[in-house]
Design a protein around this ligand. Structure first.
Ligand code: HEM
Length: 125
């Protein structure tokens, strides 16, 4: 399955379910919880969801509203250590299990998340 087929396979609904399953774990997490805006978790949820929708073949809402993703730059304010990266991936892998998307879509997304999450590491302490 190519990246751009994912949206056709899981739709708006698939991405919404996946990202909701991710964000509901955020507030209670000791590493990630403090990084996210407590008063705008819904906004954060929309931003990640819309980014993924556009990246995987759906409407380009993220780019229309936020411009070029420049993800490393946008993560620069947050302390993304290897530990934070592993925690983010653990939470996303749980979300992927909970969302129970088609196996092929899950495999493509899991690989994509793992690669981008490693690229986001910006400190090693
Ligand atoms: C490696 C661990 C990661 C950490 C600790 C992290 C943390 C954060 C935080 C704290 C925000 C701000 C929330 C907001 O208000 O939008 C954010 C935004 C965002 N993150 Fe991550 N993130 C990580 C990995 C990723 C990955 C792997 C992706 C993509 C697959 C991603 C995509 C995004 C996007 C699209 C935004 C919104 C950027 C914007 O438009 O402002 N992040 N991230």
């Amino acid at each position: 399955m190519d990246d751009t087929d994912i949206y056709a396979a899981i739709g708006e609904e698939g991405f919404t379910r996946l990202i909701a399953a991710f964000y509901k774990q955020v507030p209670a997490d000791d590493i990630l919880g403090p990084m996210y805006p407590p008063d705008d978790l819904a906004g954060a949820e929309t931003r990640l969801r819309d980014f993924l929708v556009g990246r995987f073949g759906g409407p380009m809402r993220y780019v229309e509203q936020r411009g070029h993703p420049r993800l490393r730059m946008r993560h620069a304010p947050f302390p993304v250590t290897p530990l934070a990266r592993d925690r983010w991936m653990a939470m996303m892998n749980r979300a992927l299990e909970e969302a129970a998307l088609p196996a092929e879509a899950t495999a493509v997304l899991r690989e994509f998340f793992a690669q981008v999450a490693t690229m986001m590491i910006n400190q090693h302490a």
